[in-house]
Design a protein around this ligand. Structure first.
Ligand SMILES: NC(=O)c1ccc[n+]([C@@H]2O[C@H](COP(=O)([O-])OP(=O)(O)OC[C@H]3O[C@@H](n4cnc5c(N)ncnc54)[C@H](OP(=O)(O)O)[C@@H]3O)[C@@H](O)[C@H]2O)c1
Length: 324
């Protein structure tokens, strides 16, 4: 008989599921849950829009009686607090007859923080924790960032030519990249709660900033405009990068002024650089002043996460290297 996959493989699958909850699970964390019995997945769950049902509740509902004697893989410690919107997940797992729970990250919410694990152990359930914790936290980065720092997790997207321009000198920038890169950009939009451009981009391009992918049209993010002035209907004006607090995930789509403002404020956590195999020459540079005092300070800030070709364009994804 074939050996069942190890715990880390099941957890990786649960983490992939957890990403489905982004960004609709807000204000709750996007959690993934797999229920496995005899080496077979009997049910899957991820946090539903608005934050309920939780991933465990969805999976237990789907598993029914098959949960008895099974292992649950959960990307965040099951909650220990009941709420008017549902029971505590640790109690639900116990009640369903789960005998083993593998957890990725401990929940920093003081209502749970270790209490979920303790409750499972007290009920005689075998608990394994810290399984792919960093990967699970990365999949929940927006929720984690807002909780820890009270601000959104910010992704900055820039589409440039090989010579680092985001537009021609006359401001025209449609299109620098090809259809596949732009479709990827739309997928990124669908995974963000809010999207922002600077006022000059609104005036130059009148961008819709919606998600134009089949089946994802209802995932268009809320539109923010970086301006010291007012915003037209359908947009919310924000006066500075620091002024955005009630959002988990923000996608900044330029232009150079907006991008520079977020970088100067050290408010960018992830960079999406789409580079087209074209030269513009004498065009608009991707960035203005970002407040760099010394070239040495520029080093060690960005870590390459992913690099791939999208049609004839290259996408490089970097994450901000931060302490703690
Ligand atoms: N290739 C790409 O990826 C891409 C993406 C987007 C845009 N673009 C191109 O980029 C060009 C526009 O870029 P841009 O650099 O001229 O302008 P921009 O970044 O779109 O907008 C600049 C405006 O943003 C506001 N702003 C900037 N910093 C701010 C701060 N710290 N606090 C508050 N508000 C701030 C100001 O608006 P107020 O003056 O109203 O205060 C400023 O005038 C266009 O040609 C567009 O086509 C290219």
């Amino acid at each position: 008989m074939q050996r069942p996959p190890p715990d880390a493989d099941w957890m990786a699958a649960a983490i992939a599921l957890s990403r489905r909850g982004r960004p609709a699970s807000t204000p709750n964390p996007n959690v993934g849950c797999l229920i496995v019995k005899d080496g077979i997945v009997t049910a899957r769950g991820w946090t539903r829009p608005g934050g309920r049902p939780h991933a465990e509740a969805m999976a237990l509902m789907a598993a029914g009686g098959a949960a008895r004697g099974a292992t649950a893989y959960v990307t965040l410690e099951p909650c220990a607090h009941a709420s008017p919107r549902g029971p505590a997940c640790s109690d639900a797992l116990i009640g369903a007859g789960i005998t083993r729970v593998v957890i990725a990250a401990q929940d920093p919410d003081p209502r749970t923080d270790g209490k979920g694990i303790a409750r499972l152990q007290e009920a005689g359930i075998e608990v394994v924790f810290n399984m792919l914790a960093a990967e699970a936290r990365a999949a929940m980065a927006p929720w984690w960032m807002r909780r820890a720092r009270g601000r959104p997790f910010v992704t900055l997207k820039l589409a440039t030519s090989l010579d680092g321009c985001i537009a021609r000198a006359d401001g025209s920038s449609r299109w620098i990249t090809g259809a596949r890169a732009r479709a990827h950009g739309h997928l990124e939009r669908a995974q963000h709660q809010a999207i922002l451009v600077g006022r000059a981009t609104l005036e130059a391009d009148a961008p819709k900033l919606d998600v134009r992918l089949p089946g994802l049209a209802d995932r268009s993010p809320v539109k923010l405009l970086l301006t010291r002035g007012t915003a037209p209907e359908g947009w919310t004006a924000v006066a500075s990068p620091q002024a955005i607090a009630d959002v988990d995930s923000l996608l900044v789509e330029g232009g150079a002024g907006a991008a520079s403002a977020f970088l100067a404020a050290d408010r960018v956590d992830r960079l999406l650089l789409y580079r087209a195999p074209i030269l513009i020459g004498g065009g608009k540079p991707a960035l203005g002043d970002i407040g760099l005092a010394d070239l040495a300070d520029a080093h060690g800030r960005w870590r390459l996460q992913d690099s791939r070709l999208l049609g004839s364009d290259r996408l490089d994804v970097y994450e901000r290297a931060r302490e703690g």
